[in-house]
Ligand binder design. Structure first.
Ligand SMILES: [Zn+2]
Length: 260
């Protein structure tokens, strides 16, 4: 029956077209500096470093509180190794001046930063990436603000800046380049990104960052919808927290008024 054959053939062609359009890599775009980038692009398929399966005390020392499944690697003698066209292993295995031999490195994070690097066509400076569970606890004991579930311990977070690019511009484009499953924290001179896998509202690090934060939140909502409140939002605060004291005062005034 020719009509039926044509119908089947038509449907098959349609499916081939749909599958093809879904598998074709992202469109080629021109970045703000004239850089040509393709987004989203997978720069790193796998990480070729010796894997470590920690036992006993080490299991706690290098614990991933978020259970992301990010592998712990032994990076001894591998620090200069290239992880992607833009980054070396050492850039993902330190927290400030402290470098870790055993470190978790999440390839989604490397790919996210590589896409940002390609988009702006400018170098990225990573201030802090992996930090061990033991080291994170040390920071908390010292009285520093750090999340007990920080994605830095999962090897899935980085604090960084893009040379010559305002933080607000990076934060605003991050959801387009890295998807909605990221956590974004903004400061004035640097920002935090982690690849947690679910949408969360951006947070700020100080009162001075409100404008950056408002902008990041606007772009997050536009791109990804409402999003969850994160641990970081409770720890570091947001402009909503800035508004809170004013609301509390207002509530007290209303209560007083109602008593009379
Ligand atoms: Zn961070």
């Amino acid at each position: 029956m020719p009509a039926a054959t044509n119908f089947v053939r038509g449907k098959t062609t349609l499916w081939i077209l749909i599958v093809f359009s879904l598998t074709v890599p992202g469109c080629t775009n021109i970045g703000p500096t004239g850089s040509v980038y393709t987004t989203p692009k997978t720069y790193v398929q796998f990480i070729n470093l010796p894997k470590i399966n920690p036992k006993g005390e080490s299991k706690t020392k290098y614990k991933d509180p978020n259970k992301t499944g990010t592998v712990l690697y032994d990076t001894k003698g591998q620090k200069a190794k290239q992880l992607s066209p833009y980054f070396t292993v050492s850039e993902f295995t330190h927290s400030g001046d402290t470098s870790f031999r055993y470190a978790r490195i999440n390839k989604k994070l490397v790919n996210c930063l590589a896409n940002i690097r390609a988009y702006f066509g400018a170098p990225i400076n990573i201030n802090s990436s992996y930090r061990s569970w033991q080291y994170n606890n040390k920071l908390i004991r010292k009285g520093l603000k750090a999340s007990k579930k920080s994605y830095h311990m999962s090897g899935a977070a980085a604090d960084f800046s893009v040379k010559g690019v305002a933080i607000t511009r990076v934060a605003d484009i991050a959801y387009k380049l890295c998807g909605c499953g990221i956590g974004v924290g903004v400061a004035n001179q640097w920002m935090h990104i982690d690849v947690r896998g679910y949408s969360t509202r951006p947070w700020g690090y100080s009162k001075k960052n409100l404008e950056n934060l408002k902008s990041a939140r606007y772009h997050h909502r536009k791109q990804c919808g409402k999003g969850r409140r994160s641990d970081e939002e409770s720890i570091f605060g947001t402009f909503i927290n800035e508004v809170k004291p004013v609301l509390n005062d207002l509530e007290k005034t209303i209560e007083k008024f109602l008593k009379f």
